[in-house]
Design a protein around this ligand. Sequence first.
Ligand code: 2HG
Ligand code: ZN
Length: 451
Amino acid sequence: MSDLEDRLREIVGAPHVAVDEDLKSQYETDWTRRFTGEARCVVRPASTAEVAAVVRTCADAGVPITVQGGNTGLVGGAVPAGGEVLLNLGRLTALDDVDVLEGQVTAGAGVTLEKLQQHARPHGLDVGVDLAARSAATVGGLVATNAGGLRVVRYGSMREQLTGIEAVLADGTVVSRLGGLAKDNTGYDLTQLLAGSEGTLAVITKVRLRLVPLLPARAVALVAVAGVPAALQLLAAARAGLPSLSAAELFLAEGLDLVRAHGKLAAPFAESYPAFVVLECSARTDPTDELLEVLGECPAVEDATVASDATGVAKLWAYRETHTEAISAAGLPVKLDVSVPLRELSGLVDDLPGTVSAAAPGARVIIFGHLGEGNLHVNVLDAGADAEQVSDAVLRLVAQRRGSISSEHGVGRAKTRWLSLSRSDAEIAAMRRIKGALDPAGTLNPGVLLN
Ligand code: 2HG
Ligand code: ZN
């Protein structure tokens, strides 16, 4: 092997540099199986100092780097295009004690969301972000992609949880801002700049996160509604009437059929309905009564089933949370994560099937997502060779309705072509200048976000 691999072995130890295909392959394909590329080697450092040395060594050699956390992304942002050093941060698992006074914690980039939740909860605190990939998704990746998930309606996305960051710049310099000051107006906010930068500006090695009070009492309603307008009517009632509202999710009849077949789940209602909303309330004391009151008064509710015990809650969530795996088991979907203003949501859902079948005759569309943010996960199965046309048609439709071509999954490699549908030329030019200033040689995640 070449000098570069030898130097990387000196930095992280030989067992943590993989060059053989059978050792590299698990890192080279993303969760969707759609995005894959060959890494020159996979390097797994265990500390910030090791990351800095790896980045500096690659920069000196002029070799690009692909940065990877838990590899649960869905837009090809953490897998190589071909020839990069794949920098996997899964060994950065340092986890500081929970700072109960500040209500914050500092975690290494490789700590999984689930591990962080388990760490915070015994202190009566919790992580504001939660999502189905919690057991594998790492906090570094969640911050780098500004992940959203199931509780954005209450606590915002990952950037809202962030109070500080430690990162390695493209030349190997370490910037560290982990003091977690609640107020700190001392110039450009590098922490927030790196949130959602998808590994293109720096390698995030540690994050400092604000925690939220642990709310152990949960009540979940699965509500059958007549369609998206009714779902929105219920959302408005829930926002106004439920101070404990912690999630408002949407799925449709086609998705329900798929998850039921995949997970062998019972029908939630005796009759069939076109659309379903999951409402979750979380509080210190059982919020079931306030949830039932809102459901009882809202004319949009066709039928509802409510649970507040852990098993019942998990059963209801399964109808929504297992969409991704059920779709993946049915084929290789085109995954489009989009959002539109809530007033445009119903029109978009109406237009999607026609738009998709015009682009890919015979394709199936499964639509679900985060109702509170107008965030739809448009999954298209059986698009075959027409995948690119489907993406183009759907993303243009979203742009016409003043929406975003990437709501919470990022741009990755999947959507660079369409960035101008959501960002003006002036914005993209400013983004390129930021990229040029922080990574002048373009070695960090080339081809991701900006092409
Ligand atoms: C979710 O909300 C995730 O479950 C995955 O963002 C979405 O599979 C998808 O398209
Ligand atoms: Zn989602």
